[in-house]
Design a protein around this ligand. Structure first.
Ligand code: SF4
Ligand code: SF4
Length: 420
């Protein structure tokens, strides 16, 4: 073979799988002092994740996942008629709504497609301008941390926290959807601070899962997240510091959110925030702006998940585990070397593809998913969380089911709830 061709990355396939860098070493500590407080149980065989093994990425290169149906599922994001049926929640109108929610995200992804980038998903979100030439002098990293959270709120963050760069959560490689090959991971590793921002997804829309109607909560959440992370990064660059806006593209958002004190890990594989429960999107801004860090929190989610199996019992394809956290991985789409609850990505994604849109039943059914739009609802949720974080957690679970929380709102009822 020609020498130049030999060095060309080869198209991923069953015989040319994504590379593994092997057990974690030379990148920093395997275990960190706040791992226990975060609930991270890191094993000796821990390996960083290659994004080419992500189930959505495998939907593009892996013949065991990729099919015409899967490709149509991706195409359906731009063509509302592709997944549409006559049933409630899956009509063209429902898909049109879902796709409209994704509109700003799609613009951000598409703008750098020609350069083989997918901003926000496979690549960090490209900045519009370089940092200002003079650095603003930061007298107190604590004051700057308080100030940046204030700025995050004005740009639409529903919650914000700050933590340290942690290479364990960063991908080893990314994926070129144009060439179907692995590509180099894109962001610099010398940005010491990570600002984590959460976007709350609509409670009412999430109540209608499974449906395309509910998908508006995800698309809209992503669009908001892309815009917000880019805006916050832009503010930091205007202060003369470096800032890289990221969404699903560079690292695992959930461990970073936990380290930044924004919630706990749950059986469903989702982050549980104290107010929005599992209904969150997680954006990050990596920066060298001097900032102090937040601490992880514990409000009893893990103990509650141990007595609650609602997500596992109600997951349509049975993709969520029962029992205690496990160290075994189920497929190559799972990270190796952490003892935790792990969702079967293949089963979950197959269900998504079969119904033409994503699912969020595990989000809807979770007792931490509560509306907060009235004083009564907020009071109930606050009292319920106290009960759930006490030895009476089984009573909290019983009460939740008895009161009918987590029941599906029919999509046509969602459409009928005109609030303006
Ligand atoms: S999204 Fe749906 S299919 Fe996937 S794990 Fe949650 S409930 Fe199961
Ligand atoms: S439904 Fe229950 S078990 Fe599942 S994540 Fe929520 S609290 Fe945990």
């Amino acid at each position: 073979m020609d020498e130049a061709l030999k060095n060309e990355p080869q198209r991923l396939d069953l015989d040319n799988q994504p590379k593994s860098e092997g057990p974690y070493k030379d990148m920093g500590e395997l275990r960190r002092p706040d791992d226990e407080a975060c609930g991270f149980d890191i094993l000796e065989n821990f390996e960083r994740f290659n994004q080419a093994n992500d189930i959505y990425t495998r939907g593009q290169w892996d013949p065991r996942i990729r099919s015409e149906k899967v490709l149509n599922w991706f195409r359906g994001m731009f063509t509302p008629g592709l997944g549409a049926k006559k049933s409630d929640g899956y009509t063209v109108k429902d898909f049109a709504l879902r796709n409209a929610g994704w509109m700003s995200t799609n613009i951000i992804i598409q703008r750098t497609r020609k350069d083989d980038r997918a901003d926000g998903f496979l690549d960090s979100i490209e900045e519009f301008a370089p940092p200002y030439k003079d650095k603003y002098k930061v007298e107190s990293p604590q004051e700057m941390a308080d100030e940046i959270k204030h700025v995050c709120k004005i740009f639409g963050a529903d919650a914000a926290g700050i933590t340290a760069y942690d290479p364990r959560w960063h991908y080893t490689n990314s994926f070129s959807a144009k060439m179907m090959v692995e590509k180099e991971y894109g962001i610099p590793d010398d940005l010491p601070n990570v600002i984590v921002v959460l976007t709350e997804m609509s409670y009412e829309a999430v109540r209608s899962y499974p449906s395309a109607t509910a998908g508006v909560a995800v698309g809209n959440g992503y669009s908001h997240d892309c815009n917000m992370t880019l805006t916050i990064a832009s503010y930091i660059q205007n202060l003369g510091y470096r800032a890289v806006a990221t969404v699903n593209d560079t690292s695992q958002g959930i461990p970073y959110a936990i380290q930044a004190g924004l919630g706990e890990y749950a059986r469903s594989g989702l982050l549980i925030h104290q107010e929005f429960g599992p209904r969150t999107r997680i954006g990050r801004i990596h920066t060298d702006l001097p900032l102090t860090h937040d601490k992880p929190i514990n409000f009893g989610v893990r103990d509650f998940c141990e007595v609650c199996n609602r997500c596992s019992d109600n997951c349509p394809p049975g993709a969520i585990p029962e029992g205690p956290p496990q160290e075994e991985i189920i497929s190559q789409s799972n990270i190796v070397g952490i003892r935790k609850w792990t969702v079967e990505a293949e089963k979950c994604f197959k269900f998504w593809v079969n119904q033409g849109t994503e699912c969020g039943v595990c989000m809807r059914i979770c007792p931490y998913n509560k509306g907060r739009d009235t004083a009564l609802a907020r009071t109930y949720y606050n009292l319920w969380k106290k009960l759930a974080n006490s030895p009476f957690r089984k009573l909290a679970l019983w009460l939740d089911i008895k009161l009918g929380y987590g029941m599906r709102l029919k999509p046509k009822e969602w459409w009928a709830r005109r609030r303006l």
